[in-house]
Design a binder for this molecule. Structure first.
Ligand code: SF4
Length: 473
């Protein structure tokens, strides 16, 4: 582990102990304030759903915890790792928290604050320092200029860009965090009216209004009563259960239209990439037929660039030419390859090409001087990612939301990063996220984001189970 990573980990422990001091700190029988590691772990694990008081917590404190979760190491979500880290950090000389006297460090379950500051001010300063370090480690790499570059795995390829080559520049995609939205209520009447409007706009058999009326008539609230509006509230998951084939996909698309009309960015998450294509194309067709008081909303499919070529070929086979135009791209860098294999479609080295090592041949040694492809900011391969910064409706799918990384630099609220997770971009841009088949999404999250799992058994807890990560995107 590098010094910088170690620094971030220690700062995360101290910051969460500061927040826990504010929220849960209690005096022992000698009047000494103590902060329990188990309570701090609830915060840093992100399992805030297990804490009853979370819903009513001040928005500013919630936001501070969110900022900490964004930059802390994932391993601190593990109770065992967090306990190890907390005991080590609090046992260090000059630590802002001290372990209790008379207890072996490996047995300590709490610490006492020694920093003498207002706990949230203490935590906020640490989190700000973490954010600066986090961004420094992810600073955008420069675009390659003239000369020789290389890329590839075992079989390296060489690219020669002309001397004096002027890079087109790689501007980051500007992502602005949406303002807090406490709730988004939409009445059943409004949803049915949109479907009636769509029926009129499309002509032909008027089936949408009936489907929507039927699904809404069957919905019940938590008390078993019929509903008159869907109230999407911030912070918690609003679950809608309905059998397959009753029109949930239509409801999803109509919610997209209702949000766009209200000027609220929304993300629709389909089960897989093919469903996401279908949702995006159907919604784009709907949007084109409706009238809009202001500009027509932009609906963008956010998908892994690795899959674009494959899906463009499939669309060509099916004769869906609009999709071919949208997904097809050519790799300009490939035309500058002077030795070795050209990049395989889907595996282009957009974010990383390096100077070959000086000395005895470009194919030996570790090389250096990492840059990105000079066409990364204008290439068609990254058009969907670039559009994500301004689209009114984003459409994506489970795996990409869970594991995807933006393939282009982003500027998040003014902070430039070489890459950010798709999940972060979605959560910052869109106050509303509608996920189809949420149980399958949770399954994807567990499969792709978990390194260990603690299983509960009757009257006991099984030990942590190590899990292997899978590599879908
Ligand atoms: S950004 Fe475009 S041109 Fe550059 S390597 Fe990637 S696909 Fe090729």
């Amino acid at each position: 582990m590098s010094g910088a990573r170690q620094g971030l980990g220690d700062m995360a422990v101290q910051a969460v102990l500061g927040i826990a001091q504010e929220l849960f700190g209690e005096a022992d029988h000698d009047g000494l304030l103590r902060v329990r590691f188990a309570q701090a772990h609830v915060l840093i694990s992100g399992r805030l759903d297990t804490w009853d008081a979370w819903e009513d917590l001040d928005v500013g404190v919630k936001s501070l915890i969110g900022r900490l979760l964004r930059v802390r190491h994932n391993e601190l979500a593990s109770l065992r790792r967090f306990l190890d880290a907390s005991r080590r950090v609090c046992a260090a000389p000059n630590s802002p928290f001290r372990l209790p006297d008379g207890v072996a460090p490996y047995d300590a379950d709490h610490a006492s604050p020694m920093h003498g500051q207002q706990p949230l001010v203490f935590a906020r300063r640490l989190i700000e320092a973490m954010e600066v370090e986090h961004a420094r480690q992810r600073a955008p790499v420069a675009a390659a200029d003239g000369g020789v570059w290389e890329f590839g795995g075992r079989e390296r390829a060489q690219v020669t860009l002309p001397d004096g080559f002027k890079t087109p520049g790689v501007s980051p995609v500007v992502i602005t965090t949406a303002p807090y939205l406490g709730e988004f209520p939409v009445t059943c009447k409004e949803l049915i009216a949109i479907t009636a409007e769509l029926d009129r706009a499309w002509g032909g058999p008027a089936w949408r209004e009936g489907v929507m009326a039927s699904i809404l008539a069957g919905l019940r609230d938590g008390d078993g009563l019929p509903i008159e509006e869907l109230l999407l509230a911030a912070g918690r998951m609003n679950l809608l259960n309905a059998p397959t084939g009753v029109g949930k996909t239509v409801l999803m698309r109509v919610l997209g239209i209702a949000a766009a009309r209200a000027g609220v960015p929304i993300t629709l998450v389909a089960r897989d990439i093919d469903d996401a294509h279908a949702v995006r194309d159907a919604l784009d067709g709907d949007i084109a037929r409706l009238s809009w008081p202001r500009d027509r909303p932009e609906c963008v499919l956010l998908l892994s660039p690795r899959r674009m070529h494959e899906k463009a070929l499939l669309a060509a086979e099916l004769g869906i030419w609009e999709r071919v135009d949208r997904l097809g791209y050519g790799c300009t860098l490939a035309s500058f390859v002077t030795s070795g294999p050209v990049p395989a479609p889907g595996g282009e080295p957009c974010g990383s090409i390096t100077r070959p090592p000086k000395g005895d041949g470009w194919n030996s040694g570790s090389g250096g001087g990492r840059s990105c492809c000079p066409w990364r900011g204008v290439c068609g391969r990254h058009a969907p990612a670039r559009a994500a910064g301004s689209a009114d409706i984003l459409v994506t799918y489970h795996h990409y939301l869970a594991r995807g990384q933006m393939p282009v630099p982003v500027s998040i609220d003014g902070m430039d990063l070489d890459r950010a997770s798709v999940l972060e971009v979605v959560m910052r841009r869109c106050p509303l996220v509608v996920i189809d088949e949420i149980d399958q999404f949770q399954d994807v999250l567990v499969q792709t984001s978990t390194q260990e799992l603690v299983l509960a058994a009757k009257n006991q807890t099984a030990g942590p189970l190590p899990l292997a990560q899978t590599g879908h995107s």
